[in-house]
Design a binder for this molecule. Structure first.
Ligand code: SAH
Length: 256
């Protein structure tokens, strides 16, 4: 069980209050989680964080601080984004119990990340778009937002319960290896460039195209072979399009 929980990283984005980071460390440690990652925390390390950790200092000490979400997601093929709110562009959603089961099952195969947002504004849409699922803790619809560390506590508790009952989990493990977050990002950059080159995407009026395509490909969770094929198709379209533009018969004929 320890190994399973060690494969699940808690990522806090842009946390304002260092006390919350300390409370998160404590919330994690009581449930046997250890991997804390901090993306651009406002103040860390800090005495308030240490005070609130009340003994979970090892988690704080080992916390990895990143200057970008990209770096915190390196090597992670399953990403869950927590939110009290539903988003404009809806994405696959799970309550915390179902999400914890999914996370524990995949943690036996690879790294899993769970993202937590800022105290005031939660996760930005572009951060949520990096996630495969939205994880929601069912709460009072009129007052749905938990304190950051309390949200981490509920999630960590469910992860522990799922890990304890691991043998009885009903969901099937994946029978292939989806690529990690950085590979997906490189694919999305390539896709956007190819769509621009082929004029399908007008950068001046991108609308929701990339957000929708992200959602589509994130749902598919491609493996390395599939990513290679997709990128091969993109590269071929870019080449075809580039040669088309310089073909002599395609240059406008000017009547003299
Ligand atoms: N005002 C923010 C809430 C921030 S609470 C907003 O409207 O989004 C800080 C973080 O705690 C959130 O980003 C999320 O990671 C977590 N959180 C709080 N309530 C939650 C809930 N009901 N379900 C899942 N995560 C929650």
């Amino acid at each position: 069980m320890t190994q399973l929980l060690n494969n699940i990283r808690i990522i806090l984005i842009n946390t304002t209050h260092p006390g919350n980071i300390g409370s998160v460390a404590r919330a994690m440690k009581v449930m046997g989680l250890s991997e804390l990652h901090l993306v651009t925390p406002l103040k860390f390390p800090d005495a308030q964080a240490t005070a609130m950790a009340s003994g979970a200092d090892d988690i704080l000490h080992n916390a990895v601080v990143h200057d970008s979400l990209e770096s915190a997601l390196e090597g992670v093929p399953l990403i869950l984004g927590t939110s009290a709110r539903l988003r404009t562009l809806s994405m696959p959603q799970m309550d915390v119990r179902a999400a914890a089961e999914r996370a524990v099952i995949e943690a036996s195969q690879h790294e899993v990340a769970i993202l937590f947002g800022r105290e005031r504004h939660g996760l930005l849409n572009e951060e949520m778009q990096r996630c495969h699922y939205l994880l929601n803790i069912p709460s009072n619809p009129g007052f749905s937002s938990l304190n950051l560390s309390q949200a981490v506590q509920v999630v960590s508790y469910e992860l522990r319960v799922a890990a304890l009952g691991e043998a009885g989990l009903t969901k099937a493990p994946l029978d292939y290896s989806p690529v990690d977050a950085s590979q997906m990002e490189r694919f999305f950059e390539h896709l956007e460039q190819a769509l621009t080159d082929t004029r399908f995407l007008n950068p001046a009026q991108p609308k929701m195209l990339m957000a929708r395509l992200r959602r589509l490909y994130s749902r598919a969770r491609p493996d390395q072979n599939e990513i290679n094929i997709l990128r091969g198709i993109l590269a071929a379209s870019q080449r075809a399009c580039a040669t088309d533009f310089i073909k002599p018969e395609q240059t406008p004929v000017v009547d003299e």
